[in-house]
Design a protein around this ligand. Structure first.
Ligand SMILES: Cc1ncc(COP(=O)(O)O)c(C=O)c1O
Length: 433
């Protein structure tokens, strides 16, 4: 690859290669960097109601129109500029092969880590990249070495399936007792906190617990900071699953008040699939085992070893974070809250429909769920989601695992228009009539 290569010159101009002097490259390319549409003046709530602004945002995404897409919790689509940068990076990595991987990539990767740390509100040495929240949380849960036989670890019915599985594996691995609690339904802010407080009182040997910040079943936001603080007072560690929290809610990692967290950057940040991170508060890294025999340098980077990674995905992350911040997370949160409230308010009067969605904004995320009253079997909810799709073209997904029963989950994104959530409420009015 020579400097005379026109393609290389284009990329350099676009700031795609940032390895040796990122600030210089950024400064040189500032005017050519992709940008999101300018946000109108106003509070997050005022801007949330500005359908024409959000239509401009939606135009930055290429989303299927085969269905009304209301399952945006699996992962978050990249915006067009991020997709274009990602594709450029794929070509760049493919072309340069190991010459690129061994020379240009390492400093660019470090720059991406620095950029992610800044966005997460943590120090660079407190995070390490993973392929997603699953890898991050499995490492934290399995590697947490402060447990001795007879200790108790805790999970809840709202936690993610694989994380519950990993927690149960600690029984074999560390000889601990695994206990599970169920969230009240309907939930209130205080009832949820009380639930964890009661568990802490009931299990004096409780040493570690999994807290899911925004769960993937009904989208409830857990009061993580309050629960973590209570836990800390009792010498209990919290490992926080913020796969859905960071990027969707106006918060940064220290707000969780927990020393360990698993993070996704391919859900609500819109980075390419395959980008997540582990957070370990400075001073706690020794409490997570080094990864399968890695030499323990007290460096968080020895806690994961993915092998050859999808280079391009990490290279596109800084742009995804820039564009996310241009919209502003408080504005994203307000828009998502408005969309959620809009479809929920339109179906609240249906006696046959049970909504798993608190009115309390502190407990609310983009995600909310429902089931037909008395129909908590998974099979019923598979049928319900299928009817919404087949009869109304609305794509949602059934979710199992809540103690109170299965449900169907609906998740708008920032490219969802009000007319689309209206299609969901119209469909629900029809099936729950
Ligand atoms: C609450 C929660 N935790 C963890 C994960 C795992 O994320 P990933 O599959 O991106 O690793 C998910 C995925 O949907 C999730 O919803």
């Amino acid at each position: 690859m020579s400097a005379a290569d026109p393609q290389r010159r284009t990329w350099l101009k676009a700031g795609a290669l940032l390895p040796l002097a990122p600030s210089v490259a950024l400064a040189a390319s500032a005017s050519t960097l992709p940008a999101m549409p300018a946000r109108p003046a106003g509070t997050p709530q005022e801007v949330a109601a500005d359908e024409s602004y959000w239509r401009q945002i939606a135009a930055q995404y290429d989303i299927t129109n085969e269905v009304t897409m209301l399952d945006n919790a699996f992962w978050g689509s990249m915006s067009r500029p991020v997709l274009a940068a990602y594709e450029r990076h794929v070509a760049e990595v493919n072309r340069g092969n190991s010459y690129y991987g061994r020379t240009t990539f390492p400093p660019a990767y470090h720059a991406a880590r620095r950029r992610a740390a800044q966005s997460l509100g943590v120090a660079e040495d407190e995070i390490v990249f993973t392929r997603g929240a699953t890898e991050a949380l499995q490492i934290l849960i399995s590697g947490y070495n402060q447990l001795k036989p007879g200790d108790v670890v805790l999970c809840a019915d709202i936690d993610y399936d694989n994380m519950i599985t990993t927690l149960h594996w600690l029984k074999q691995r560390r000889g601990v007792e695994v206990v599970s609690i169920a969230m009240p339904e309907p939930a209130t802010y205080q009832a949820v906190i009380d639930c964890y407080a009661q568990a802490m009182a009931r299990y004096p040997k409780l040493k570690m617990m999994l807290l899911t910040h925004v769960n993937h079943r009904n989208g409830m936001v857990l009061p993580v900071a309050e629960i973590s603080r209570m836990a800390r007072e009792r010498g209990i560690d919290a490992i926080v699953d913020t796969a859905h929290g960071f990027g969707q809610l106006d918060m940064r990692i220290p707000d969780l008040q927990a020393d360990f967290a698993g993070i996704n950057l391919h859900k609500w940040i819109g980075a390419p699939i395959g980008v997540g991170a582990i957070y370990i508060r400075r001073g706690r890294v020794q409490d997570i085992d080094p990864y399968m025999g890695e030499k323990d340098r007290g460096d968080i980077r020895t806690r994961v070893h993915t092998g050859t990674i999808n280079f391009a995905a990490y290279l596109a992350l800084p742009l995804a974070l820039d564009l996310h911040e241009q919209i502003g997370v408080a504005y994203k949160q307000a828009r998502l809250a408005r969309l959620r409230k809009r479809w929920l308010d339109a179906v609240r009067d249906l006696p046959r429909l049970e909504l798993l969605a608190s009115d309390d904004p502190r407990l609310s995320s983009a995600i909310a769920s429902f089931r037909l009253r008395g129909r908590g079997a998974m099979a019923d909810n598979v049928v319900l989601a299928r009817r919404l799709l087949k009869e109304h073209g609305v794509f949602t997904v059934e979710r199992d695992g809540l103690a109170a029963g299965a449900c169907v989950r609906a998740t708008p994104s920032i490219f969802t228009m009000e007319a689309e959530v209206d299609r969901l409420s119209a469909a629900l009015r029809s099936v729950a009539a």
